[in-house]
Design a protein around this ligand. Structure first.
Ligand code: GTP
Ligand code: MG
Ligand code: NA
Length: 344
């Protein structure tokens, strides 16, 4: 606005919800990948990060060429829904800008435990979210319409399917209300800043995926333009520590704001206290690829937020996930940086 072009960073969007609601499958559907199929027992056990460039989002939303999307992409954070991984849901919800809570439309009888837990975490952190009401393809008699916007897919269903859909939506709206939340189907929602948007989806046949992506990239700008403005201060959280056969110790981080450069001096918290070291290699997976999946990485001299990044470093074998990475700039006081790393 005011004719000033701000540089926007990609919004960070955390996917939360009860075990097996379809969080990973939803991302697989968007990425055209099969991460879920490779998980032990079909259960996610680690936090993940995937960068979705705006070109891919455009392609999935079948927008006309002239329609603009102002964000450069979306950085999505996958979390486990199994009850024992609450720490990772906390981590995800504390570093994201917005969230998608995935709810299985075929589960009646009240919201499931980790759905409620996720809603509480988001409330605690003041994080805005949408609900993906997933697995619509499992409604009895559903005719699949691959990749269709949800309105078009619903038009294609019998009256029976449409009325089952309606009462299941009403159920979920009631259950959310019981948890203190006003929610509505996004295309009937007249107060998108106050009332939680519900987007019906299928992670198998991709109905509603165009709706979900388009809603996310537009809604975020309406609710948090300021927050998505790129600033030159590094804000960066450690997700995981790994040993890589080519790179030695690597840490997976989410770069929330600012830029990282190869060679940067950094301070990271470890079980033995703060460790100061240098970025040996600055790596990312290819766009639309999961950061935690073993794969081929791109090398970078510099990376700007928001990104999921793999950093090769010495001395960080005992880095503590969830802590903040601090960049020490020339002239900065190292002791101060170390104290800051411990504090955060
Ligand atoms: P955790 O990460 O372990 O909490 O599970 P999740 O929420 O990531 O769910 P996941 O993607 O592992 O999917 C669970 C099961 O539901 C798998 O068997 C999926 O194939 C199935 N599934 C997920 N989404 C859909 C959907 O939209 N339609 C149908 N029919 N099946 C789905
Ligand atoms: Mg999963
Ligand atoms: Na699962």
């Amino acid at each position: 606005s005011c004719g000033i072009d701000r540089e926007l960073r990609a919004p960070i969007c955390c996917i939360l919800g009860h075990v097996d609601a379809g969080k990973t499958k939803l991302l697989d559907c968007i990425r055209r990948s099969n991460v879920q199929g490779g998980e032990a027992g079909g259960i996610t056990q680690q936090i993940g990060a995937t960068y979705l460039p705006v070109q891919n989002i455009r392609e999935r939303t079948s927008l006309k060429a002239e329609a603009t999307i102002k964000v450069p992409g979306l950085l999505v954070i996958d979390t486990p829904g199994h009850q024992s991984f609450r720490n990772m849901r906390i981590r995800g919800s504390s570093l994201c800008d917005v969230a998608v809570v995935v709810v299985d439309i075929t589960r009646g009888r009240g919201l499931e435990n980790q759905t409620i837990e996720s809603l509480d975490l988001l409330k605690h952190r003041n994080v805005r979210f949408v609900v993906a009401l997933n697995k619509v393809d499992r409604l009895y008699g559903w005719k699949t319409c691959p990749n269709a916007p949800i309105a078009k897919a619903l038009k294609n269903q019998s009256d029976d399917v449409r009325s089952e859909f309606k009462w299941r939506v009403t159920e979920v709206v009631t259950q959310l209300k019981e948890n203190g939340l006003n929610a509505a189907l996004y295309y009937e929602n007249k107060k998108i800043k106050e009332v939680v948007n519900i987007v019906p989806t299928s992670s198998v046949s991709a109905e509603g995926i165009p709706d979900l992506l388009l809603l996310l990239v537009r809604w975020v700008l309406e609710i948090m333009m300021e927050r998505l403005t790129y600033v030159n201060n590094v804000e960066c959280t450690v997700l995981e520590v790994n040993e890589d056969k080519d790179f030695g110790t690597t840490i997976d981080v989410v770069l929330i704001n600012g830029a990282l450069r190869k060679g940067d001096q950094i301070v990271v918290c470890t079980k033995q206290g703060p460790v100061t070291t240098n970025i040996r290699y600055l790596l990312t997976p290819y766009p639309m690829k999961e950061l935690k999946a073993k794969g081929v990485y791109k090398h970078h001299e510099e990376l700007k937020a928001a990104q999921g990044v793999k950093i090769a470093v010495r001395g960080l074998r005992h880095a503590i996930p969830g802590t903040t990475l601090i960049v020490v700039k020339p002239g900065d006081d190292l002791e101060q940086a170390e104290a800051a790393a411990v504090q955060e």
